[in-house]
Design a protein around this ligand. Structure first.
Ligand SMILES: NC(=O)N[C@H]1NC(=O)NC1=O
Ligand SMILES: [Zn+2]
Ligand SMILES: [Zn+2]
Length: 442
C-alpha cells in the first residue's frame, strides 16, 4: 500500500468545474490522487480530517505590492506572505514597484528573488516593470522568469517607477509581443487625472467625493482604448488591472470579441466598498482608480457573474499608518488598500453568500484563471500531478475582522470591523501546512 505524506480526508473539494466529496493524497509536494465519493485505500504520515470543510485550490494573488527590498518599513515579504497564508493564498505575483530598487532589470529582479526565497512562506512570482528607461532590459527580465510586465499609464506615486509615454508603450509592446509575454496595465489617463485634480485642489475642493471625481471612469476608459490601439498594432497580449467599473470591462469585452488578446482584473475593494467608505475611513480606503458608488459595485458583480472578468487580485498596496492618517485633504496620503489577507473572505461573503456567486466561479477567478493566463501549468486545480497548494475553509463559521488578526506589517485595513462568513482554517503550500488554527506554522 502506498504511504503518502498527507491525506486530506472527507473534504468538500471545490474546483472551477465541480464540487465533490473526497480525499486528497499528497506526496513530495504534489497531489497524487483524488478519490471521489469513496475513501482512499492508503495511509499517510499525517491526516487532516476535513469533514465539514471546503477544500479550494490555493488562491493565486496575481497583484500585490510587498515593497521589499528597500521599502520594508511599508510591508515586506515575510509579513506580506504571512498575510496571504492567513487569507488562504498560496502564491503571489509581486508588482515591480514600491520596492526599491524597482524590478526593472535583471539585477533588481535577483535582489527581490533572493529576498523572497529567504522570507516568503508562500510561492513567489515576479512582475517585471516597463518604464521609459528599460526597453533594453525586457528580454533579460523575461529570460529570467518574470511572469509578465507591468506599466503605469498615469503617475505611479513612486519616484523611481515612471509612467509610460506612447512611444514607450509602442516600443515596449512590440518587444513584449516578440518575447511571447504580456503587459499588465494600470490604465488611467494622466491628463484627465492631473487636470481634474489640479482644478479641484486649486479651489480648495479636497473631500473624498472630489478625489473620486478627479479620477472618473472615463479616464480609465480613455487609457484602455488607447492601449488597446497599441495592442491591435503590435499584437501584444494585454491584462488590464483593477478595472473599477463594468463600463471599463465592457470596452475590454468588445475588444475580446474583435479578437484582441486581452484579459481584465478587478479587486475585492471595488466589489465591496464605495465612496461612502472613503468618506468615513479617509485615506485607509483611498486607492486609484478610486472607489465608486453602490450602483457601480452592483454592476461589477454582474460582470463577475457573467464571466466578463478574468481574474481577481487584491492590489495589496500597504503603507505605514503615518501615510494613512485622516486629514482634511484626501489628495494627501498614500493611495493603496491593505487587503491581501481578506480577498477570499470578501468573495465568499459578498459574492457567494450575499449574491449566490457559485464557489466554482471564485476558484476560477482566484486560482484557475491566474494559473492559465500566466502559465503556471501545475497550479490552480485539485487533480493528480498538480502542486499541493490548498486552502481549507469552514464556510459555516463567521467572524468579525479585528486589527489584531491582521498579519500585515501595519495593522490597518478598510475591512476591519466587517463580519465575514467563511473562515480559512488551514493553508497548505507544497503539501505543508503554513497556516493552521489561526497561526503561522514555522
Ligand atoms: N504604487 C501603487 O502601489 N499604486 C497602487 N495603489 C493604488 O491604489 N493603485 C495603484 O495602482
Ligand atoms: Zn495600479
Ligand atoms: Zn497595484
Amino acid at each position: 500500500m502506498t504511504i503518502y505524506d498527507l491525506i486530506i480526508k472527507n473534504g468538500t473539494i471545490v474546483t472551477a468545474d465541480s464540487i465533490v466529496q473526497g480525499d486528497i493524497a499528497i506526496k513530495g509536494g504534489k497531489i497524487m490522487e483524488v478519490s471521489v465519493d469513496k475513501p482512499l485505500e492508503a495511509t499517510a504520515e499525517k491526516e487532516i480530517d476535513a469533514v465539514g470543510l471546503h477544500v479550494f485550490p490555493g488562491v493565486i494573488d496575481s497583484h500585490v505590492h510587498f515593497n521589499e527590498p528597500g521599502r520594508t518599513e511599508w510591508e515586506g515579504l515575510e509579513t506580506g506572505s504571512r498575510s496571504l497564508a492567513a487569507g488562504g493564498a498560496t502564491s503571489f505575483f509581486d508588482m515591480p514597484l514600491n520596492s526599491t530598487p524597482p524590478t526593472i532589470n535583471k539585477a533588481n529582479l535577483e535582489l527581490k528573488r533572493s529576498a523572497a526565497e529567504e522570507k516568503s512562506i508562500v510561492n513567489p512570482y515576479y512582475w517585471g516593470g516597463l518604464v521609459p528607461e528599460n526597453l533594453d532590459d525586457l528580454k533579460d527580465l523575461h529570460e529570467n522568469g518574470v511572469i509578465g510586465f507591468k506599466a503605469f499609464m498615469s503617475p505611479s506615486g513612486i519616484d523611481d517607477f515612471h509612467n509610460v509615454d506612447d512611444e514607450t508603450i509602442y516600443k515596449g509592446m512590440r518587444e513584449i509581443a516578440s518575447l511571447g509575454s504580456l503587459l499588465a496595465v494600470h490604465a488611467e489617463s494622466t491628463v484627465m487625472c492631473e487636470q481634474l485634480a489640479e482644478e479641484r485642489i486649486g479651489q480648495g475642493k479636497v473631500t473624498a467625493r472630489d478625489y473620486v471625481e478627479s479620477r472618473p471612469v472615463i479616464s480609465e476608459i480613455e487609457a484602455v482604448r488607447r492601449i488597446l490601439s497599441y495592442a491591435e498594432l503590435t499584437g501584444c497580449k494585454l491584462h488590464i488591472v483593477h478595472a473599477s467599473s463594468r463600463k471599463v470591462v465592457e470596452v475590454i469585452n468588445d475588444a475580446k470579441h474583435r479578437g484582441v488578446d486581452i484579459t481584465v482584473e478587478t479587486c475585492p475593494h471595488y466589489l465591496s466598498l464605495t465612496v461612502k467608505d472613503l468618506e468615513e475611513q479617509g485615506v485607509i480606503a483611498k486607492c486609484a482608480p478610486p472607489l465608486r458608488d453602490q450602483e457601480e459595485v452592483d454592476d461589477l458583480w454582474t460582470a463577475v457573474a457573467n464571466g466578463e472578468i478574468d481574474t481577481i487580485g487584491s492590489d495589496h498596496s500597504p503603507a505605514p499608518a503615518s501615510m494613512k492618517v485622516i486629514s482634511d485633504n484626501i489628495f494627501d496620503g498614500w493611495g493603496g488598500i491593505s487587503g491581501a489577507q481578506s480577498m477570499l473572505n470578501i468573495l465568499l461573503t459578498e459574492g457567494h453568500f450575499k449574491r449566490n456567486l457559485p464557489l466554482e466561479k471564485i476558484v476560477e477567478l482566484t486560482a484557475t484563471n491566474p494559473a492559465k493566463i500566466f502559465g503556471l501549468t501545475t497550479k490552480g486545480k485539485i487533480a493528480a500531478n498538480y502542486d499541493a497548494d490548498l486552502t481549507l475553509a469552514d464556510l459555516n463559521e463567521s467572524f468579525e475582522l479585528k486589527k489584531e488578526d491582521l498579519f500585515y506589517r501595519h495593522q490597518h485595513s478598510p475591512y476591519v470591523g466587517m463580519t465575514f462568513k467563511g473562515n480559512v482554517k488551514t493553508t497548505i503550500v507544497g503539501g505543508k501546512a503554513v497556516f493552521e488554527n489561526g497561526e503561522i506554522q514555522e
